[in-house]
Design a binder for this molecule. Structure first.
Ligand code: AOF
Ligand code: ZN
Length: 374
């Protein structure tokens, strides 16, 4: 695929930025599809805007073309991902752009989906449309990260959210943990939930906190993602809040295959979806297999909210792509519970590495965002 970086204008950049901003509207809502944004511009004026709709369809381009109507003739389309070339529930976006008479298409990144993978761009070019690829590609890769990981690695992107004290503790010696951070950081945490496809916790946290794991921000209640529990031996109580309202917001429990049949049936009768994972050589449930199973079920973005053991296992397997670390302006001391339980690290060069991408004040607390260094 040819990439062209040199001749993009400041206007091109601004329009692609707008398309990326539109794309983010679909995050957490359109898995397994990517959240894509599209802006149509004619004679310097925006004539159409679109983004991937909840459930993954219609695609961004279809929405923008419908918005623009006849004005799309001769327009430039800015799309954050290569337009599709396959016939899904709707005809390919590449064909729709051709039929609408679009003159130029600027694409941020190619689509690695084997049904597309360059064919969308080729189709546009064959129809005589000018296609330029690579504008704001790094930004687009971040917005599309969940989808890209699922297609290329078979697992969703993993965001680990932690709320600790300044000295990295998640609870006191007596396991008191509510609340470490203040209301601002907590509401941001709910916002994070809304842009992920699933929230995942370990069984330790499910037992300790009996959490609801829904998005409870005013106006965003409908955006509660799937709730997933890593529970190798089915210890999640049938009376837990998660199990009790599994029919309202889906609950998936990843567990070792071959568990007690009666217990399995009891969960299923409550509407809980069991995901069977084969044990590794030590009889344990391997997290890469859990994530692969979530990927196979179409998840692209998973938010892990604890606890210390699940965090440690993810770090150990180097499966944390993003860290959202809320640091409360409190000190608990070394006898408090550490954010990640020990994972047997001996040498510093074996530690997973991250780079700081953002720091914000969150009320009295601090929010730090990190990305894994590949
Ligand atoms: C686009 N624009 O907004 C999105 C695209 O199951 P389907 O038919 O909806 O196709 C899903 C595939 O389409 C998905 O895997 C990805 O390759 C592409 N997603 N393409 O042109 C969009 N969301
Ligand atoms: Zn499409």
């Amino acid at each position: 695929m040819t990439t062209s970086h040199t001749h993009f204008t400041a206007d091109d950049v601004a329009h692609m930025r707008a398309a990326l901003a539109l794309a983010t509207r679909g995050l957490g809502r359109c898995a397994p599809n990517p959240a894509v944004g599209c802006v149509l511009v004619k004679d310097g004026r925006v004539v159409g805007r679109g983004w991937t709709q909840p459930g993954g369809r219609p695609h961004a381009e279809t929405m923008a073309l419908a918005h623009a109507g006849n004005a799309s003739e001769g327009a430039t389309a800015y799309v954050t991902l290569e337009p599709c070339s396959h016939v899904g529930k709707t005809p390919p976006c590449a064909d729709a752009l051709i039929a609408a008479g679009v003159a130029r298409v600027v694409v941020a990144i190619g689509d690695p989906d084997p049904r597309v993978s360059g064919r969308g761009i080729a189709r546009l070019r064959d129809a005589g449309i000018i296609v330029e690829v690579g504008l704001l590609d790094e930004e687009a890769r971040l917005v599309t990260e969940g989808f890209l990981r699922r297609v290329t690695e078979g697992r969703p992107m993993v965001t680990l959210k932690l709320a600790t004290t300044l000295d990295g503790r998640i609870a006191t010696r007596t396991h008191e943990s509510q609340w470490i951070t203040g209301p601002v950081a907590r509401s941001w945490g709910h916002g994070l939930r809304s842009i992920h496809d699933a929230i995942m916790v370990g069984i330790g946290t499910a037992l300790a906190d009996d959490p609801e794991l829904t998005c409870r921000l005013p106006g965003l209640e409908e955006r509660s993602p799937i709730r997933a529990v890593v529970d190798s031996r089915l210890r999640l109580p049938l009376t837990s809040r998660l199990v009790r309202d599994a029919r309202r917001v889906p609950v998936w429990v990843a567990t070792l295959s071959g568990g007690d049949a009666a217990r399995r049936r009891a969960y299923q009768e409550c509407g809980v979806d069991l995901i069977d994972i084969d044990p590794d050589a030590d009889g344990l449930m391997p997290l890469p297999a859990v994530l692969a199973a979530l990927g196979a079920r179409g998840l692209t973005r998973v938010l892990v909210e604890g606890g210390a053991q699940l965090a440690a296992s993810l770090f150990k397997d180097d499966l944390v792509d993003r860290l959202e670390w809320y640091r409360a302006a409190k000190v608990i001391g070394g006898d408090g519970l550490a954010a990640a339980q020990g994972f047997g690290l001996e040498r510093l060069d074996g530690a997973p590495r991250f780079t700081l991408v953002d720091v914000r004040a969150a009320g009295d607390d601090k929010a730090e965002s990190y990305r894994r260094i590949a």
